[in-house]
Write a protein that binds this ligand. Sequence first.
Ligand SMILES: [Zn+2]
Ligand SMILES: [Zn+2]
Length: 807
Amino acid sequence: MAPTKKGILERLNAGEVVIGDGGFVFALEKRGYVKAGPWTPEAAVTHPEAVRQLHREFLRAGANVMQTFTFYASDDKLENRGQTLKYTGQQINEGACDLAREVANEGDALVAGGVCQTPSYLSCKSETEVKAIFKKQLDVFIKKNVDFMIAEYFEHVEEAEWAVQVLKTSGKPVAACLCIGPEGDMHGVSPGECAVRLVKAGAQIVGVNCHFDPMTCVQAVKLMKEGVEKAGLKAHYMVQPLAFHTPDCNCQGFIDLPEFPFALEPRILTRWDMHKYAREAYKVGIRFIGGCCGFEPYHIRAVAEELASERGFLPGASEKHGMWGAGLEMHTKPWVRARARRDYWENILPSSGRPKCPSLSTPEGWGLTKGHAELMQHKEATSTQEMKHVLELQKKGILERLDAGEIVIGDGGFVFALEKRGYVKAGPWTPEAAAEYPEAVRQLHREFLRAGANVMQTFTFYASDDKLENRGNQLTFTGAQINEAACDLARQVANEGDALVAGGVSQTPSYLSCKSETEVKAIFKKQLDVFIKKNVDFLIAEYFEHVEEAVWAVEMLKQTGKPVAATLCIGPEGDMHGVSPGECAVRLVRAGAQIVGVNCHFDPLTCVKAVKLMKEGVERAGLKAHYMVQPLAFHTPDCNCQGFIDLQEFPFGLEPRILTRWDMHKYAREAYNAGIRFIGGCCGFEPYHIRAVAEELAPERGFLPAASEKHGNWGAGLEMHTKPWVRARARRDYWENLKPASGRPLCPSMSSPDGWGVTRGHAELMQQKEATSKDQLKQLFDRRREIKDSALLWRLFAATRSLPYRK
Ligand SMILES: [Zn+2]
Ligand SMILES: [Zn+2]
């Protein structure tokens, strides 16, 4: 019977309408024969009666094409992620061909052998390897003598071209469909350009299938047609869309919808939507009109009914369906009988019956494509670790949170906090504790998380190789070891709550010592490589005194594609070269930072003021950014532009300057009012400071942090205190108006900064691997003119410096 039938090209050349079938994996999943996830078609062998039956239903609904149920029947897909099947790829492909042929011969239908995208391509296998995969299926199609070939469901036109090139070798007609919308393929190739490439590869029929609703797919095919015609080429056009409404999808289509794949029901098209679709497709010149996932036989019947006058006949299944619901004339209830008319169904806006459901949702949009680690396919089952990792990815990203206007609370400065706990040495301030004392670092992360932080910054401050080796610092761990350990710790704790991991880089000795841009960037690159390997959520370039170096850092961090935040340790006076905060911010945004601000060096209100100036600068330049602030927890009203480093109390006498929790309330409110939404801390911040920030912003965030179970708001816990006068302090106005004394009668309230005013390139700022020599130290002491007896100081210092250190 088959040889006497008109072939696919004959039909299309004659201007006939060819109706396709619907998507088998979705229909058979609902019927219990396909597993959602692998979506493989082993049912062609395990349950041939189910597959045969579905073919029959589509034939009866009016389909002219029986696509072999060989979707994802490539060997690499059948074995993907731990799936073990009792049948070989060849058995499944052969079984599928036999079933399609059997049913096609029962009516006026052709058999199309189908191939689709492969795990091998996503996993970056070579063209030769991917083509060999297609070839194995093609060998079966040739043996079983299918009528034509369809390469369908390709997200990347490049792979579809390879498929077409392989299918063409059979000498049979080739159709090619991408699962793309009007935005183009996953590499951004436009539909027009995709179509041209497919036609040039040898496809006689081009179009799209799956991933988008009918109107969106028709729109995409229209663009393909325009492209092909503009290129002076010729083709036939096909469309096999979803039977789900997807107006809220991005370029990845329905896979990104939160409802995919088990809650798509409210989106299913009605048969009346299908009438519209069929008409629209026909109008734009598409003549091969079918369906993909979600299509049930009644959807195809609706397409056939809409195009009945063009085709000259109704499908067999229409015997059980009056046109436009005419069968309802025989219904029991009169109000239902009143619905037996076209204008009723054509104008109905069907409700979902779900009072708490929105009409549109927000696609997840992970934005992954070929080559991304999470897209790599493998034979082994998904491990628990991989699953955990995928769940991590599902957390809202930093930009999603900020774009949505959420408050993101940062953590505090680790070097100062861990120095006090005995794990960091003041001076080098390097973070070897990440590898050396992981439990201490982990615990501090946990405390900040419990205090309300949404960001776990990797403890990688000064973890650049040049800094780790600076001035005689000798560590038993490599830079890579320290950076990796820091990432693991941050990730472990971030996963215990709603926190993201931010990989952090900071200014380098190399820059201060006037090394070249290339050399400084190479330093950042080494840390960055670890952050990528450990897949941090976003990146922070922080603690830069010179905007020039920060721009270099941002340029490097941007290359990862992850969101980038950048903070300078500057005040309202600007950076060490005198560049104003506004100008600094503009440069950082232009370099690619999405979040800009300041950290360290100044007290909270000074930092907020500096960020305000940044914001003004950015807005004046017509740019956009999010803003962050991570100040000191020390009061610094007496600082010059170098910040607290110049204070005579730095770093071992800063205690009287520590902010109270009530100061933190003021800070959090001030930062929020200034439009800053990423609000954290730096040196001096202890977990209770972050908790105070979280408590102040609890009304805006809608919740209190876990640590607040141990803290009554505005000191309310004091109500339970033993002493009555302390109980009397359990109120906001007491703490808000208190001016805390230092208890140091001989101490001034302000000091005068040292202010040597040296910056990049000054001899005293040159960094070195060797330990500071005695001569160098003596010179420094001599330079401190305000200390009268530097010789005495030097003797004291030299005497204690050589004492042994007891573990
Ligand atoms: Zn589909
Ligand atoms: Zn700091």
